[in-house]
Write a protein of this length. Structure first.
Length: 328
């Protein structure tokens, strides 16, 4: 989500807005620890008002959507009543069984706009009486390629060793067993980038210990572009995602990707992407042996048409102009 927030900040700045970032942790302009996911005390209204002082528009990234810090969400919503705000929704509570009982999110106010990251969520919100607009995530489709050889050397991966990248945090819905099984079927090394979260540590240890392939569990020694350059294929067999950035990033970096059957994947696939099915690793193996330039040209063109920063800028400009909200 931080990647998406950064892309919005970049585009809003290019549209003429002066952007100030506020968060509970991380390299931001205004640090308010009480907004953090694990904060034990919510922010006071005075603290929130001070953080937002002078803002003509407030963009709320998922805080008022997912109940990871519900007291903070309540305070922020109260402080935003009557103010221009865009509530950017990634995963509303009804999409997760553990939060389905939470019915106070997202909050609503006549002064606010609601933006979803997929049409599925837009429709679900509309059926709950909340009009929303879908704006797909935006990406730098002209990002330079990473350094394949240097990254593989840093990882200790040989020049002829197949490498399957799984660029996710390790949680249940990311379907680590399926990604490991894919690497096994390809006689490849499995590379998991992110840490285990949400109590998945013990489960992950068991899965990786039982893997019948070499396993790397570490961040990229360089950039994400380097990680994509280093791999031969990308695994993304998730059972649920609000969006799923890796398949788009794989298209930009010209890597074949296996994508699981989560609902929003069908929505994105309908735009024209050609992805590999987890049930047919033999087709992916053939692609790795003999890369299909036409396939990668096609996927890169789909990514450029639907997910570039220029498209994001156009969508945000239309949204704000329709609301009659002047730029910075």
């Amino acid at each position: 989500m931080s990647v998406v927030a950064a892309s919005w900040a970049r585009v809003l700045a290019n549209l003429g807005w002066s952007v100030r970032t506020v968060a509970g942790a991380g390299p931001v302009d205004h640090l308010l620890p009480a907004l953090a996911i694990r904060a034990t005390v919510p922010p006071t209204p005075a603290e929130v008002d001070a953080a937002l002082d002078g803002a003509d528009l407030v963009v709320v990234e998922n805080l008022c959507t997912i109940p990871l810090n519900l007291p903070a969400a309540r305070t922020v919503a109260a402080c935003l009543r009557g103010r221009r705000a865009v509530l950017h929704h990634h995963d509303p509570p009804w999409q997760r069984s553990e939060w389905a009982h939470v019915d106070e999110l997202p909050p609503v106010d006549p002064a606010w706009l609601h933006v979803t990251i997929n049409l599925l969520t837009e429709d679900e919100m509309r059926r709950r009486g909340i009009p929303a607009t879908t704006i797909y995530n935006g990406f730098d489709v002209d990002e330079p390629a990473g350094d394949r050889d240097a990254t593989r050397t840093a990882l200790g991966v040989g020049p002829h060793e197949r490498l399957v990248l799984h660029p996710v945090r390790a949680i249940e819905r990311k379907n680590v067993p399926a990604a490991v099984a894919l690497a096994e079927a390809l006689d490849a090394t499995y590379w998991l980038l992110g840490p285990a979260e949400d109590g998945y540590e013990e489960t992950l240890r068991g899965i990786l210990a039982g893997a019948r392939c070499r396993v790397l569990h570490q961040p990229s020694p360089g950039s994400m572009a380097d990680a994509y350059a280093a791999c031969d294929a990308v695994a993304f067999p998730s059972t649920w995602e609000g969006f799923g950035n890796p398949p788009i990033e794989a298209a930009i970096h010209r890597r074949p990707v296996v994508v699981g059957p989560y609902p929003v994947a069908d929505e994105l696939r309908a735009l024209g992407f050609r992805w590999f099915d987890p049930a047919h690793p033999d087709l992916l193996a053939a692609e790795i042996r003999h890369p299909d330039d036409e396939l990668h040209d096609h996927n890169a063109a789909v990514a450029r048409a639907h997910f570039g920063l220029d498209r994001l800028a156009d969508d945000l400009r239309r949204l704000l102009d329709a609301a009659g909200w002047p730029r910075g």
